[in-house]
Design a protein around this ligand. Structure first.
Ligand code: C2E
Ligand code: MG
Ligand code: MG
Ligand code: MG
Length: 283
């Protein structure tokens, strides 16, 4: 199957049974093609500081607008990319693009107290050159390592081979921040929280979602926040959609909020206006 030969604009929504090939094969092939076109792009979701109300972080989130398959969500294509070396090329592209974009924003607002947060797959950390490559990109764009946060999932730390451990220690040396994504959904073998230098815990959306007047999950969430405080970690709540969730999390001592209540992921060119309207980064 060659994505180039498929009729242009024929199929607007993703259809797994297309051409009778397995879904994985179709996605893999179309994704390889996408790497050489402009079908992949990043959106950025602003993350707000609970205390100052200012935007302090941005999470880079990949999007794929395929000419043949339509809009394919990352939950569908990242796992496919992770089955092959494709994730390495995509991962390199994400880091380079997010860093270049972040540096470009410095023309519009002060990024010195801001952090760009980038999702990283396990395979990227297996590459012993990972920290070195990142360092080179940062210096190209004049960024400080402390302005970059890498989001890893619990799975990455559980499956820790020697390579992952070495990469994490190289990254600590370099001074980039490490964030634990989707916290609470994985294996919750808490020992890795002290085994690795982790700066930020991101409380998974599934917990935040259940902070409602009816479903009392406050005790669990406030325990996670207290634990984070005791370990000296910064806490981010994901998927904040209601004012009730925001005020509950804020009262519990959560430092940062991310979710549709603040903003959906938005295009790079819309970030400066958004940041300035939140009173951040004025110079
Ligand atoms: P994640 O890292 O946990 O990202 C948060 C997801 O929650 C994003 O979904 C975001 O759009 C969504 N979200 C944020 N706020 C809200 C909210 O208030 N309500 C709801 N319902 N959803 C919210 P998205 O962009 O579809 O990304 C899904 C996952 O794909 C990410 O989960 C991450 O694991 C992965 N991903 C995205 N971009 C990359 C990337 O560049 N590299 C890698 N390796 N994985 C990525
Ligand atoms: Mg993430
Ligand atoms: Mg997450
Ligand atoms: Mg999540």
């Amino acid at each position: 199957y060659d994505a180039k030969k498929a009729g242009k604009g024929q199929i607007r929504t993703f259809n797994p049974q297309m051409l009778g090939l397995p879904r994985e094969a179709i996605l893999d092939s179309a994704l390889r093609h996408a790497m050489h076109t402009d079908e992949l792009y990043l959106l950025y979701q602003p993350i707000v500081d609970v205390n100052s109300g200012e935007i302090r972080k941005f999470e880079a989130l990949i999007r794929w607008s395929s000419k043949t398959l339509g809009q394919v969500p990352p939950d569908q294509f990242i796992p496919i990319a992770e089955d092959s070396d494709l994730i390495l090329d995509i991962g390199d592209w994400v880091i380079a693009t997010a860093c270049a974009q972040f540096a470009e924003w410095s023309q519009h607002f002060d990024i010195r107290n801001c952090v760009m947060s980038i999702n990283i797959s396990a395979a990227q950390l297996m590459d012993s050159r990972f920290a070195g490559k990142l360092k080179a990109i940062l210096s190209t764009h004049g960024l400080q390592p402390s302005q970059i946060e890498l989001e890893l999932t619990e799975r990455v730390l559980i499956d820790d081979g020697d390579y992952v451990r070495r990469s994490l220690s190289d990254l600590n040396q370099l001074g980039v921040r490490i964030s634990l994504d989707d916290f609470g959904t994985g294996y919750s073998a808490l020992s890795y929280l002290t085994k690795f230098q982790i700066d930020t815990l991101k409380i998974d959306r599934s917990f935040v979602m259940r902070l409602t007047e009816h479903d009392k999950l406050e005790q669990l969430v406030s325990s996670i926040i207290m634990m984070g405080h005791k370990l000296g970690m910064s806490l981010v709540a994901e998927g904040v959609e209601t004012a009730y969730q925001a005020s509950t999390l804020s009262a519990m001592g959560c430092h940062f909020l991310q979710g549709y209540l603040i903003s959906k992921p938005i295009a790079a060119q819309d970030i400066p206006a958004f940041v300035l309207s939140h009173g951040s980064g004025t110079r």
